[in-house]
Design a protein around this ligand. Sequence first.
Ligand SMILES: Nc1nc2c(ncn2[C@@H]2O[C@H](COP(=O)(O)OP(=O)(O)OP(=O)(O)O)[C@@H](O)[C@H]2O)c(=O)[nH]1
Length: 489
Amino acid sequence: MQRSDFSSKLSDESGLTKFLSFLRASPGARAGLLLLAWLAVWFIGGLVEYAHHASVWFPPAGLTFAVLFVVGLRATPILMLAAILVTIFTNNDYQINLQNIEVIESGIFFGIAHIVPYYAGSALLRWLTQTKQLTLPLSIISFLLIAATSALLATALVLVSLIFTGMMSSQELSATWLPFWIGDMAGIMVLGPLFFSVIHILYPQKTFKILEHIEGQLPVATAQYKYKLMISFTLVAAAMLLAKFTQSMDSSFAIFFLVLPHMWIACTENAFYNILSLALSSFLIVFLVDVLGLMNFVMVYQYAINVVATNAMFAIAIPALTASNHQLKTKVFTDGLTQTASREYLFQQATVEIRRAQWKNNDLCMLVYDIDHFKQINDVHGHDVGDKALKALSERVKQFLRPADILGRFGGDEFIVLLPETNVDTAMVVANRLLKEINGLQLINSEQLSISIGITQMQHNDDFESLFKRADSALYQAKRAGRNSIFQH
Ligand SMILES: Nc1nc2c(ncn2[C@@H]2O[C@H](COP(=O)(O)OP(=O)(O)OP(=O)(O)O)[C@@H](O)[C@H]2O)c(=O)[nH]1
């Protein structure tokens, strides 16, 4: 895959095309945009600053993780510059009054403490997903575990660096570490997947298996996607207004109902729209915490969005599992060469039809046909030609039958046709027409193909085996009678 479906979809739109081409051709502009984005999400994270130095929702962690995952160590200078700039801002904002050189040192320490754990985490995730044959659920659990662990490591390193450089006092540690960890974790788990995709559009030269799951299923959301989003947003607003007016911790837990619309989205929309909706809901929560003054409840909200996100993340696997389940079913139920029903499926379908016919007192007939001297065809013309003959013959028979009839390959060159609501006289007419039809075919070079057919009508106590046994013995008689003929039992 050279470029993802998502980026090519975006590229179809003209204004965006030019902007994307410009960014892709200009590493400087990309770096500038990355820096601006990092600073912007850092300021937005500040809306839910729970304790000094600790936002309970910290998008820069997700952005750093995603950038290091997609771009690698090349992104370090930009991340380092961002770390220094926000340290300068924090020094002024908290009125810490460090000297210029000390602020830059603190910024460098913060940068290292922030970047190292996320580089380690993203490199481990990349290694796991690129080199190991992980299933999608295993990739997701790896992502979640690595996100939680690297966020914890970043929390420890950053807080130690802040204390070491005099940006924070050690007394603040106990009140800071948990919201810090939760914030970084939310940044990676809830927003990281969206950042992965967006950065991958800007740096499209590499292919990552884990991103294919997110982007490969693009580009369309269902027509109902916006209504599902509206339901999520309404639920967020209603739960938060409830907390605002009751000011009770109990009512703040209503936010956990968010799992319902998000699981609905996760199970019915593709992965990209799933992670987009999670990011939007979490933005809305942060915005409303700020606007409605709900800082007292913010920890509940952050736990809720993390739980909702991890659940919804697992649901990324559902459309993929459904698709592979469908493929597996098709494989098991269809004969690969002739695209008729497989023996197993034929047996299942025939059993259902036989029971239905017995229940309703309907007629039912079974035809068994087998190509005449097929071994000779293989021997003279080769197995490939034999295969082609089997395919072409089956194609013809399928066209010839009614939609309700069931055609399946019993094995080798022997096929079964089940004719529901058909008595033996009509089945005989069908068999005669079939024989004629096949006689008219020139499937192999200039040679003609012929088949022999055995017919039987269902008796009241028949099952698949007994029905087949009679039809097969009729076929045997047809073969003994010189082939290219029909016998009834
Ligand atoms: N090309 C091809 N040949 C197959 C396939 N499955 C079975 N065969 C061959 O089909 C032949 C079946 O031969 P039989 O039905 O026993 O005998 P026949 O030569 O058709 O003779 P009669 O049935 O008595 O007319 C064997 O040679 C098998 O090897 C297949 O998927 N492709």
